[in-house]
Design a protein around this ligand. Structure first.
Ligand code: N7H
Length: 489
């Protein structure tokens, strides 16, 4: 429940995946090109706008699902979800080339040479064919309780759009089966740490001077993710900052979506962790947790530095309740570990206020089959369809990738406890990318916990996470789909 000072969010107008996430066991990402603009606009107005799943609907479903979770079974409701987003080319098609320009990162695009260079991404020539040739105008997100349900939903949509839209690429993501549910393909529990959104949830406790909803979960002003609301004030996190002013009236309640199809080389990752753990004299699960910053169960190294503690991992009141102030010398968690890089909390030189300017809402889902019993080298494409939402792609997603994960000097200003020498933390071993696919390394894979000054480093000869497609999209409000974006031109 929002606090009185929190902004009122237009829950009926903001699409449901942006702030809360569509309910899903399976989700299809259908990238398309518009063939008949006038026909497409008519369908948007008459059929599609009313079918888009709003944030209110997702919240209502969440309440039902939460009640039922108490009784045991997993989500199986035949809830159909549909969201829609457009690339810059799609907006050009709908609004004409004189349309107002939106966020600069969005207008540059994921496949622009400057973006590729900034993120050290692999060349577009190595991406999936659909993303390297021809235009992509937008993407439908279709989610539901299982793959068959979503496939059926997709064929209904496609038959309605026949002759009007061409599907150029579809990928279906699915939660992993059985006990791996909620875990990504390397085996780690995902979807634990998300920003809480002011106006959706009420900050409930003061913790180290900031408003938090669950322990360790900072409340963020909604303008960081959606146009028309206050952003963070970099000097006072509990005060509303400037409004995220929409670049056009119709952009209000809209957000930007980054989609990245990230292939994961799972057998290779496992073999690497096993071999390096042996070399370093540690057990593989410990080394794996030092790369991520959490154990596979989700328990954070800050709270469980040497042994897994699945009870902490499963407990929302505990599994995020930490920062890095008690770990100035990376004894519990390496500076380069994925979660310490991706959300450094209070660790950057300017503290938490700095990290809160670079938060994203994540909505990823794994794709591809499970690793087969004899699969010692990757034989099937699998990985994560990484999705995140923000209001400024350059300051949020790109900043995390470029200035944190790909920057071997971040976190800066750290020194060795014994010699006072400066430390170079190295690359994020999960998503960090070096220029030209060069070699990466990370500092201190071996814990010096609770004491010790053994110096170790890990050479990451290859990447285990490989981008194979990337796209920047705008997720308009439902009312914009019904009006400005579908107005007869
Ligand atoms: Fe990451 N992984 O399995 O190792 N991620 N991630 N991520 N990630 C997180 O806290 C993973 C990727 C973030 O607040 C967890 O929810 C994998 C990209 C952020 O403490 C795990 C891939 C970006 C957080 C993984 C991948 C991020 C986070 C812990 C790619 C942005 C929250 C579970 C295949 C550029 C950090 C959790 C916090 C958490 C994994 C991609 C960002 C297990 C395998 C591209 C902000």
């Amino acid at each position: 429940m929002p606090a009185q000072t929190d902004p009122r969010l237009d829950l009926d107008d903001i699409q449901g995946d942006v702030l809360v996430g569509l309910q899903k066991n399976a989700e299809m990402f259908m990238f398309f090109r518009i063939a008949d603009v006038a026909g497409f606009k008519m369908l948007l107005r008459q059929h599609i706008a009313s079918r888009l799943t709003s944030t209110r609907r997702v919240l209502d479903r969440e309440r039902v699902a939460a009640r039922e979770r108490l009784q045991g079974p997993r989500f199986t409701h035949p809830w159909e979800s549909l969201n829609l987003a457009f690339t810059k080319d799609g907006l050009d098609r709908l609004l004409g080339p004189g349309r107002p320009l939106l966020d600069s990162g969005f207008e540059r695009g994921a496949d622009h040479p400057d973006t590729i260079a900034a993120l050290n991404d692999p060349p577009v020539a190595s991406w999936l064919p659909a993303f390297r040739s021809g235009r992509i105008d937008g993407a439908f997100l279709l989610a539901g309780p299982n793959r068959r349900f979503v496939d059926t939903q997709a064929s209904h949509l496609l038959s309605m759009l026949s002759g009007i839209v061409t599907a150029v690429y579809s990928e279906i993501g699915q939660v992993r089966p059985g006990r791996e549910r909620g875990h990504e393909h390397f085996g780690f529990l995902d979807g634990i740490s998300q920003p809480a959104i002011r106006g959706l949830t009420r900050p409930s406790r003061r913790h180290h001077g900031s408003d938090q909803v669950l322990p360790g979960q900072d409340a963020i002003w909604p303008g960081e993710f959606v146009y028309g609301y206050p952003m963070q004030d970099p000097h006072a996190a509990d005060q509303p900052g400037p409004i995220a002013a929409p670049p056009a009236v119709w952009a209000r309640n809209g957000s930007y979506m980054v989609v990245r199809r990230l292939e994961q080389l799972v057998p290779e990752f496992r073999a690497f962790v096993a071999a390096e753990a042996k070399r370093l004299g540690m057990y593989p699960a410990l080394l794996g947790s030092r790369l991520v910053g959490r154990w596979q169960s989700g328990a954070p190294l800050e709270l469980a530095p040497l042994d897994d503690n699945p009870r902490i991992g499963a407990e929302p009141m505990r599994n995020n309740d930490f920062d890095y102030r008690d770990d100035p010398f990376q004894r519990r968690c390496p500076y380069a570990a994925h979660i310490r890089k991706a959300n450094p909390r209070d660790d950057p030189p300017r503290g938490t206020a700095e990290s809160l300017r670079h938060r994203i809402v994540r909505a990823a889902i794994p794709f591809g089959p499970e690793v087969g019993p004899g699969e010692t080298r990757t034989e099937h494409s699998r990985g994560l369809i990484f999705v995140c939402y923000q209001i400024d792609i350059g300051r949020q997603f790109e900043f995390i990738q470029r200035r944190y994960a790909d920057n071997p000097d971040f976190v800066d200003g750290k020194t060795r406890p014994d010699t006072g020498q400066p430390v170079h933390p190295g690359y994020d071993p999960i998503i960090g990318q070096a220029p030209g696919n060069g070699e990466r390394s990370m500092d201190e894979p071996v814990p010096n916990y609770p004491t010790g000054n053994r110096r170790s480093s890990l050479n990451l000869m290859q990447q285990f996470v490989i981008p194979t497609a990337s796209s920047y999209l705008f997720v308009p409000s439902i009312s914009a789909v019904r009006t400005a974006l579908s107005a007869a031109g």
